[in-house]
Write a protein that binds this ligand. Structure first.
Ligand code: MN
Ligand code: MN
Length: 335
């Protein structure tokens, strides 16, 4: 490359080496890895794990985030000694890897002006398209970090202890400690292997500690709770927002349910959405109470075979938004 040749003709000393490195960095610009808006633990730990892998393979890559982190993710970063990835929302003219989704509504707003180098994901294929060839690793497993582990194995790169710990926690989070119907044998085997590397004796205990942190909602503003894990979907031209709160006991919402319902109605109006759904998931009872505001009064009945009473219904066995909520809703909107 011309730039390398240019640097080769200069004398080399320590000070000049530093300038050279900064100049090289400024001219070449690193690649980024970024997950979805309203980042969860999988999006953040994927960004950290993939950027280390890519950088080790000789491609300077930096993890980034599109928003503030949840208490659960902060717990993981603190436990394994990571800084928060850089908050970066604009990517025009830059190159990036997308992890943990492939939807335009969930990516950076200026995604059309960026170069997508790759997509690593475990959701339904979204609507991101590219004008250049890209690397794609999409697998129907419980967590993006399970796929990234496959990438480490493929490239025969050793996973550092702290990265293994963060990857393991992301898998425990996304699979609800293996209870989610999205969980596969690959995810379970991956957690076992990562726990070994990270030196964690009982991953399930650590998973419960994580969900306890996640369940501490007292004192958090209602809007923050509604948006904590919230995704917008374009369903046949209709904007549908779906939030989810996973806790170890639904009783903690007893005093705030009316406020949550009022807030999702507001959110629907503000965003000109067709519907807003909020899943209050009880990971011990293994089901979700669904709160709905929609232009279609029969949305829940048509999608899940269960009508709402006062905008609420208990859906037994429903733990996964991507596998048990999004597909039936899309079926309703496709009609
Ligand atoms: Mn995610
Ligand atoms: Mn995920």
């Amino acid at each position: 490359m011309a730039l390398t040749r240019l640097f080769a003709i200069y004398p080399s000393n320590k000070e000049f080496g530093r300038i050279q490195k900064n100049l090289r960095r400024a001219l070449l610009m690193p690649n980024y890895v970024v997950g979805h808006k309203i980042p969860d633990s999988d999006s953040i730990c994927s960004a950290i794990a993939l950027s280390y892998l890519k950088t080790t393979l000789g491609e300077e890559t930096v993890p980034a985030r599109l928003g503030e982190l949840t208490p659960e993710t902060l717990f993981i970063l603190d436990k394994f000694g990571f800084e928060q990835p850089e908050l970066k929302t604009s990517y025009a003219g830059e190159s990036l890897y997308i992890v943990d989704h492939s939807e335009r509504t969930q990516g950076p707003d200026d995604i059309d002006d960026a170069t997508i180098l790759g997509i690593i994901d475990h959701h339904k294929l979204g609507d991101i398209t590219t004008s250049t060839p890209l690397e794609i690793w999409v697998r129907p497993v419980g967590c993006t970090n399970t796929i990234i582990k496959m990438m480490y194995d493929f490239h025969n790169v050793e996973i550092p202890k702290n990265i293994a710990g963060a990857m393991m926690c992301a898998i425990l989070s996304d699979t609800v400690i293996f209870k989610s119907p999205t969980c596969t044998t690959a995810d379970i085997k991956c957690v076992e292997a990562l726990a070994e590397i990270a030196g964690i004796e009982n991953p399930k205990d650590l998973g419960m500690d994580m969900f306890k942190v996640k369940s501490a909602v007292d004192g958090t503003p209602v809007r923050d709770l509604v948006l904590r894990d919230f995704k917008d979907f374009d369903m046949n031209g209709n904007l549908v927002g779906i939030g989810q709160l996973e806790v170890i006991d639904l009783a903690i919402f007893d005093n705030m349910k009316a406020d949550l319902e009022a807030d999702i109605a507001k959110l629907k109006a503000e965003g000109n959405r067709h519907s807003v759904l909020l899943l209050l998931t009880d990971i011990m009872k293994e089901g979700s109470e669904l709160l709905v505001v929609s232009d279609n009064d029969n949305l829940s009945l048509e999608a899940f075979g269960e009508a709402t009473t006062d905008g609420k219904v208990w859906l037994d066995g429903v733990l996964s938004r991507k596998k048990q909520v999004v597909p039936p809703l899309q079926g309703v909107f496709a009609k």
